[in-house]
Design a binder for this molecule. Structure first.
Ligand code: DAH
Length: 341
């Protein structure tokens, strides 16, 4: 019997399974319910008592080794035909990573900044929650002045007094002038808020870019030339501009600037309402009162300011007819700007 066990043990030690079928044969032959090891245990009762201890150990050892051999091949064969191993193709083109795109408002804002930075404008920002002084009073809107009603304001309750969501980025002008010695040449992009019913043409928040240039002997001609440069860079070399007299408390004189309609080449269409021109911004010479409110000597310095709506420019540039699209985050809309920078 001991001889038999030794033969089986060396068989087990030399065994190598090359397939699952071979391994299964091995299992049935040795570990199965009618297998050789079972037979050995059955024959054990015939072993003389004095040999029982030694033979028992030999059979147990054989069983443990056989089981270990089986387990070893079971796991190595399982690894070999797993789908991962078979499907791995290192030369296959990877699944493309979907890149997001910039929001059209960011694209247009960046373009505006880029155009003005080429003629020396820096970028400055201010808070969206503003006090009355920076949003209104310093800009020459006295208390109770009807011009305050030009912009419907969201007031924020505060113990500090009149705090509101800024209605325009002109508030940043004030902060810059208060803290900087002229010459000043800066752009202030940002989000603004107005208490308006949301529709295709109005929203309770939108974006503006404010421009400010303060130095000695800045004239209206400088303003006009700067805005003409901007319009041609933004809408094309053929673009014409038109300045119409207007009113803002913080500029004197004030104007609104129109650009020729690129949709119909100024012939008249429903985009420009058959006028051939589209209004894109407000502008003017900074009122001396505003300069003085901000600690700038109005006898020595003059300057111009302008403010434009980013959504308005994006709508003209991309022919978008509903303001709400900008804030709905509909991927089908946003995806269309993938190729833009
Ligand atoms: N703040 C004005 C608005 O929101 C726009 C504006 C007009 C800004 C004239 C200016 C300016 O700097 O000079 O309607």
């Amino acid at each position: 019997m001991q001889e038999k066990i030794k033969v089986l043990l060396s068989e087990v030690e030399e065994f190598k399974a090359e397939s699952k079928e071979q391994l299964e044969e091995f299992r049935i032959k040795l570990l199965g319910s009618k297998g050789k090891i079972k037979d050995l245990f059955a024959d054990f009762k015939n072993v003389p008592n004095e040999e029982k201890k030694e033979v028992g150990q030999l059979i147990n050892n054989l069983k443990v080794k056989t089981q270990a051999k089986f387990d070893e091949f079971k796991s190595s064969l399982a690894g070999e035909d797993s789908s991962l191993a078979l499907d791995l193709d290192l030369s296959r083109t990877a699944t493309p990573v979907e890149l997001g795109s910039r929001h059209p408002i960011s694209i247009v804002r960046n373009e505006i900044i880029d155009i003005f930075s080429r003629i020396g404008f820096t970028v400055s920002e201010g808070p969206e929650i503003e006090d009355d002084w920076h949003n209104f009073s310093a800009l020459n809107f006295p208390p109770e002045h009807p011009a305050r009603d030009m912009q419907d304001t969201f007031f924020v309750e505060s113990e500090e007094g009149d705090i509101a969501l800024r209605t325009h980025t002109s508030s940043v002008q004030v902060r810059i002038m208060e803290n900087t010695k002229p010459p000043i040449r800066t752009l202030s992009p940002g989000r603004v808020y107005r208490n308006e019913a949301i529709s295709a043409r109005a929203h309770c928040f939108f974006h503006q870019v404010e421009g400010l240039y303060i130095a000695e002997s800045v004239s209206f001609a400088d303003l006009k030339q700067t805005l003409m440069y901007f319009a041609k860079e933004m809408f094309g070399e053929e673009t014409k501009i038109r300045l119409r007299p207007s009113y803002f408390p913080f500029t004197e004189p004030s104007a609104e600037m129109d650009v020729s309609c690129s949709v119909c080449n100024s012939k008249g269409c429903n985009v420009c309402k058959y006028t051939g021109y589209l209004e894109i911004m407000g502008c003017g010479m900074v009122d001396p009162n505003v300069l003085e409110n901000c600690g700038i000597n109005s006898k020595k310095y003059t300057g111009f300011a302008f403010g434009m709506g980013v959504e308005r420019i994006a709508m003209l540039k991309y022919k978008i007819n509903d303001l709400r699209l900008f804030s709905e985050n509909d991927v089908r809309f946003l995806e269309q700007f993938k190729s833009a920078f």
